[in-house]
Design a protein. Sequence first.
Length: 311
Amino acid sequence: CIGVFDLGRNSATSGGAIPLDLRYSIGKERTMNITLLSALIFVGVFAAVVLIHEFGHFVAARLLKVDVEEFGIGLPPRALKLFNWKGTDFTLNWLPLGGFVRPKGENDPSIPGGLAASRPWVRLSVLFAGPVMNLLAGVLVNSMLFAQVGVPDMSRVMLYEISPNSPAEQAGLQANDMILAIDGVQITGDEQFRSLIQSHLDQPIQLTVQRGDQTLELTATPLSSRTAEQGALGILPGPPMVQAKSFFQAIPFGTTYTYSQIRQILSLPAMMIRGNLSPEEGRFIGLKGIYDLFGQAVSRDVQTREQAATT
């Protein structure tokens, strides 16, 4: 992006334009760089997810007195043995696609101290420890994101979007406005705000709004004739994000967000049955589909960073 920006600036100064073949070359190189970056991130994240999953099996096995012969980082063939810890060989393998755990007696119940010889609840605990570790990792990642971008302040309401030609737009409301009060009633949360809107349908309401350093008084009329998707006022309200005081403050929000993602995934079949979601939108995707989503996310992230660097 910096190269394109500099070329455009210099050619404008000299009265020229970037040749078509040069623009094609720059665009092709940029696409290749994003594709390579997407592939590297995908492999790294996929390997980390698998390794965390296997580490869950390992921890559960050791806690429940099941012997583990090998914990491998990467997939065979083996590159080298790193060290031995309490009877477990930790190895580094050539294929960087996660890892594996090799418990003792995995399929032979005649081997004492092995997995197959353990009680059923022990085997189930070792089996489910992998997914549980992935869930904990999800909570940790989401908590880190909240710690970085901020946590929602549930005691306030901010407008994130204003629909065109809506009662809110006609009243002069704007995105990022903070709603302080409705008809003199102080707003203490999103649920209370929505309740007040619904109780004043087709009635003018006085909105006390904070916009930057200004406090404004605006009048809007929520309409019952508008659909639920449109909203009575045509707004997208929500709690504003504030800087987390510490990482620990972000953990409850990371946990709640992880739970909501799991609940949404589990509700997909019911949503498709009700017709709220098309089968195409709720279909399962394999590694190729996950990689495509990764590519889209990386491309958007690169574009956002480039825009920030040139403004």
